[in-house]
Write a protein that binds this ligand. Structure first.
Ligand SMILES: Nc1ncnc2c1ncn2[C@@H]1O[C@H](COP(=O)(O)OP(=O)(O)OP(=O)(O)O)[C@@H](O)[C@H]1O
Ligand SMILES: [Mg+2]
Length: 476
């Protein structure tokens, strides 16, 4: 539920609940008073009470319209008495202080008491002939501009008394229940909003002190839920960015130490051979040529390493655009194999392609960059070959969504637990470090290139029987 709707509902409840309570209490009141107190509170008695009030007003108007003479008229008196008989009341009319007219059955004491009480504006009921009367008086101005007053004495019935009590009770019950319901509703409303907000506050306090692992749970109304979900998104982004920053920092440190280490080895050896030449150790033309050849090889190694590093960091930053071309994958691999066949043969390694593609033939690849991937994998198979009869087989097969290229060799193999690590930059197994030459960037570059083709690259270890490097590419 959203806060606006909740507010409307709660405000409506604040009015409706007291109304319902008041109606129920009024019914109970009427039921109790008519069943147990014998009073007759119904529509008719209510009508009677209102009727009496309106009759009194009419009589007052009539008196004000008439003059001395007509008030003393027998007809007018009869008219007044007939009107008053409905209410069973009495009347006293005074003009300029003297009594002009009064109902029968009233003795002087009653008249004096009535006028005294009217003068004093007393609300006390008057007791005449075993009946309590309530007094109401009106000032009037006669036609001859003289002033006077009309005093009505209306018998106080049980009903009118109960009516007053009923109306009073209704008002009290309504206001009391209104106050109680308002307080209860405000309390519930504030809890519905305050509890989720305090939870959110706690969570943000955790974020503030750098604890980014506790999830912000969505609770409360729509707006607060949205706020929680925004905070949760922010927490995840913040956590990820801190994680990435730490990872980048670690990588940078590793990169610097790896570069300095890997460059130092060939540089030290170049330095050694140069010193050898300068110190005259290379004292024959053959020795000199040998030293220079080694220096040349080491220089090329450094050059290749720096080129690989540059390529890797450019790929990592997404600065190298791919030039995708529609390519017949079977033909492409045959060409790659042809290209490396001669070199591999020198190391007594056989290479062949098993193309099992039947449905798909063409794929969008950057031929030049993909060639680099394949050559590095083949180069690894050559470098880490420990068998006399080396074998490399390239299997190309397909499933519904993609093709899988598997380059399998029967070399020294890699340990099962290192199959993921070999794609990390600068990773080289201990044996690789001591034997063959390389910087440990080849497969990291291959991974960048394959992922640039929306593909995946992974390795399967066959133990000491060799290694498979697999590449999957999504079908066009
Ligand atoms: N076919 C394989 N057989 C055994 N080990 C392998 C094979 N391919 C890769 N490796 C292991 O994975 C490591 C990383 O390979 P990668 O190609 O990234 O680096 P490298 O060959 O050592 O250096 P570079 O390719 O930069 O010259 C290698 O050092 C080696 O330990
Ligand atoms: Mg390599």
């Amino acid at each position: 539920m959203d806060i606006k709707r909740r507010l409307i509902i709660y405000n409506t409840l604040t009015i409706i609940i007291p109304l319902i309570i008041t109606v129920i209490i009024a019914f109970i009141f009427i039921f109790v008073s008519s069943e147990f107190l014998g009073s007759n509170i119904n529509y008719n008695s209510f009508k009677k009470a209102t009727f009496i009030n309106s009759e009194l007003l009419n009589i007052t108007k009539d008196i004000a319209k008439s003059d001395n003479k007509s008030i003393e008229d027998e007809d007018f008196k009869n008219y007044l008495e007939s009107k008053l008989s409905i209410t069973e009341g009495k009347i006293i009319i005074t003009k300029e202080g003297t009594v002009l007219y009064l109902s029968e059955d009233m003795n002087n004491i009653d008249i004096a008491n009535s006028l005294e009480q009217t003068k004093n504006k007393s609300k006390r009921p008057l007791f005449i002939n075993n009946t309590y009367y309530s007094l109401s008086s009106f000032s009037i101005e006669f036609k001859d501009n003289s002033t006077g007053s009309v005093v009505f004495l209306i018998p106080i019935g049980k009903e009118s008394d109960i009516f007053k009590k009923l109306i009073l009770s209704i008002l009290i019950v309504f206001f009391a229940s209104y106050v109680i319901v308002s307080i209860a509703v405000s309390y519930i409303f504030s809890r519905k909003i305050l509890i989720p907000i305090s939870l959110l506050k706690e969570a943000t306090a955790q974020i503030k002190i750098g604890k980014l692992d506790s999830e912000i749970v969505e609770s409360g109304d729509t707006e607060i839920r949205e706020l929680c979900s925004d905070f949760e998104e922010m927490r995840i982004k913040l956590r990820d960015s801190i994680y990435m920053k730490t990872k980048y920092d670690d990588n940078r440190k590793m990169l610097v130490s790896s570069i300095s280490h890997d460059l130092k080895t060939p540089l030290t050896s170049i330095e050694g051979y140069v010193h050898g030449i300068l110190d005259g150790v290379a004292n024959s033309p053959e020795k000199l040529e040998h030293y220079l050849k080694i220096i040349n090889i080491k220089t090329k190694q450094i050059d290749a390493m720096i080129n690989d590093l540059l390529l890797y960091s450019k790929l990592d930053l997404g600065q190298i655009p791919f030039n995708f071309e529609k390519t017949d994958i079977g033909e492409y691999f045959s060409y790659c194999v042809e290209e490396s066949y001669a070199i591999l043969k020198q190391f007594n390694i056989d290479i062949k392609v098993e193309n099992n593609l039947t449905l798909s033939k063409y794929f969008m690849i950057d031929r030049e960059r993909f060639r680099r991937v394949i050559l590095n994998i083949l180069d690894n198979s050559r470098k880490y070959m420990d068998k006399d009869n080396g074998e490399i087989t390239i299997f190309i097969r397909e499933n519904n969504l993609s093709i899988i290229i598997e380059l399998r060799d029967n070399g020294s193999g890699i340990e099962q637990e290192n199959t993921n690590k070999i794609f990390d930059r600068f990773y080289r197994s201990d044996s690789a470090r001591s034997n063959a030459k390389g910087s440990g960037l080849g497969l990291a570059i291959a991974k960048q290139i394959v992922e640039g083709h929306n593909g995946r690259i992974w390795a399967i270890s066959h133990g000491s029987d060799g290694t498979s490097i697999l590449i999957s590419l999504v079908k066009m």
